[in-house]
Design a protein around this ligand. Structure first.
Ligand code: 13P
Length: 251
């Protein structure tokens, strides 16, 4: 039985003071909430240590939004898996479409990062998704297949079982345009089928596949009730404690 994971990707929002405020508001909201899923927040690097300290005895776990695959070295501005672990991170988002499109990350680089995260004991939240042009061109499945196969290349079944996948159609990110529950379910089922052929039915059935892209309290319930949607990766709506908590309640 898969346990749903609701994760908040803060992106480049909230300085340290703002992070402290949002985390304390979230703790307050969750104090009166029955939580039946895993909850993760992914603040910017500069707030990670504070976040893990403030959330020490909370159900909320902490992840980073990116990392590099080397242990250390002359890689100006990069952050290693070991550095993330040293501030108490448990998860790391990898392959987000904003990293792919704005910062030129490709499948090979993402694959190296996923391998490093796994070898270090971090749980990768591996993001995949098609653009609007790709969807309209009828190549959604082809794009997903390539991202999944290249991203997971050389990863054993044992390691694969630790990975969380996030399907985020690029056209639904930050646009207010959500995939309909049926559209999302269709791709999630396709991904699970792909994972079955790459690994095994057991591994695929155990994999958490989150949906991301304009998830809000108003649409979360229906999305999260689809058979193959096992949680949400939330952007905009995680920046307010109330709306993030409403989404958590839907899971
Ligand atoms: P929005 O929820 O703002 O569309 O962002 C989704 C996302 O990119 C989460 O990683």
């Amino acid at each position: 039985m898969r346990k749903k994971i609701v994760a908040g990707n803060w992106k480049m929002f909230n300085n340290l003071n703002e992070s402290v405020t949002l985390i304390s508001e979230l703790k307050q909201e969750l104090a009166n909430t029955e939580v039946n899923c895993k909850v993760v927040i992914c603040p910017p690097f500069t707030s990670l240590e504070t976040a893990t300290t403030l959330l020490k005895d909370s159900v909320v776990e902490v992840g980073a939004q990116n990392m590099f695959y080397e242990d250390n070295g002359a890689y100006t501005a990069e952050i290693s898996a070991g550095m993330l672990l040293s501030v108490g991170c448990k998860y790391v988002i990898l392959g987000h479409s904003e990293r792919r499109t704005i910062f030129g990350e490709n499948d090979e680089l993402i694959n190296k990062k996923i391998k490093k995260a796994l070898a270090s004991g971090l749980i990768p939240i591996f993001c995949i998704g098609e653009t609007l042009a790709e969807r309209e061109g009828g190549v959604t499945e082809k794009v997903i297949e390539t991202q999944v196969k290249k991203g997971l290349e050389g990863i054993s079944e044992e390691d694969f079982k630790k990975i969380v996948i996030a399907y985020e159609p690029v056209w639904a990110i930050g646009t207010g345009k959500t995939a309909t529950p049926a559209q999302a379910q269709e791709v999630h089922a396709y991904i699970r089928g792909l994972l079955t052929s790459l690994y095994s039915k057991e591994a695929a059935d155990g994999t958490v596949i989150q949906y991301g892209g304009s998830v809000k309290p108003e649409n979360a319930k229906e999305l999260l009730s689809q058979a193959d949607i096992d949680g949400a990766l939330v952007g905009g709506a995680c920046l307010k404690a109330k709306s993030f908590t409403e989404i958590i309640k839907c899971a």
